[in-house]
Design a protein around this ligand. Sequence first.
Ligand code: ADP
Ligand code: MG
Length: 324
Amino acid sequence: MSSEFDIIQDYFNWQQTAASVRVGVGDDAAVLDLTAKQGQELIISVDTFIEGVHFPKNAPVEAIGHKALAVNLSDLAAMGAEPAWFTLAITLPESNQQWLKAFSLGLKKLADQHNIVLIGGDTTRGSLSITIQVMGFVTAGEALLRSTAKPNDKIYVSGYLGDAAIGLALIQARLKADMLSQTANTFCRNALNFPYPQNTLSKIIRPYATACLDISDGLLQDLTHILKASNVSARLDSDKIPLSSHALELGYDTALPYALSGGDDYQLLFTVPPENEAKLLKRIADADESISCIGTIGVNNDDKIRDSSGNLISTTGYQHFYGE
Ligand code: ADP
Ligand code: MG
């Protein structure tokens, strides 16, 4: 059985180089050079992944590595921060080489795509658990918060919603596979297993948005977080919610609840003052990104979401469990 030292050397010492990392994996702690970060603020977030709670026991191993980092990158995207470094604390029941290889591959592929450097961590034995802490930077004062949405701001969302929640329903047999084409089955399962964090989009929207978060617990629940933090309300046009052609194979009425209350989308939900809309939409079109306007922030300070006729929309989301 490999020692902790061998596991670190073989799977987590990637020899990545970055000007800011003077000492990375291998010493007692990392040493980071901050001279190029003048005028910026450090943004930090941490998330723990536990088997059976945050991912299913039979999840593809490469997906576990990918998703553990993706959800953390998504938190940086939600803040408008540029990814810089991350640490990995991993607890493993055994040192299974095949498992470690697939896990570290999923992790490294995504890290390389987003220029984020693994600078250290901890490796221990026990029930499978993965904790990743990400660090990023944003120009001082420009981080995108939940608490700064303003009445009359337009509410935007990136990409499509609901695909991952449909993927989970397929895996848990709450939806039958034959309700969707083979292509849509694969697409929705991939949306669940390999969420794509919206860091590129985040950079584009940062100068134009007032508030932002990433959707992890479902659109309605997460929109409510912005409404509470900003002390406002919202008007939601449900018919503007972006549904993929794959989700729509279920039919609009079946697909919509997954988009409203399903989880694991990792799309950005953000607010844009009307005077910024035209400039933002031009930048979005130039970058070939996709965003949809799904409503407007209201003047009421009751945290409530109403439909286009003014009726209250209930926000109780699904509680999703991945265990048996
Ligand atoms: P110490 O006993 O001094 O904490 P460790 O043996 O835990 O040292 O770690 C040795 C080096 O390997 C440190 O630089 C640490 O940050 C790094 N490291 C340990 N586990 C991981 C991991 N899973 N991923 C990345 N780096 C790791
Ligand atoms: Mg240690």
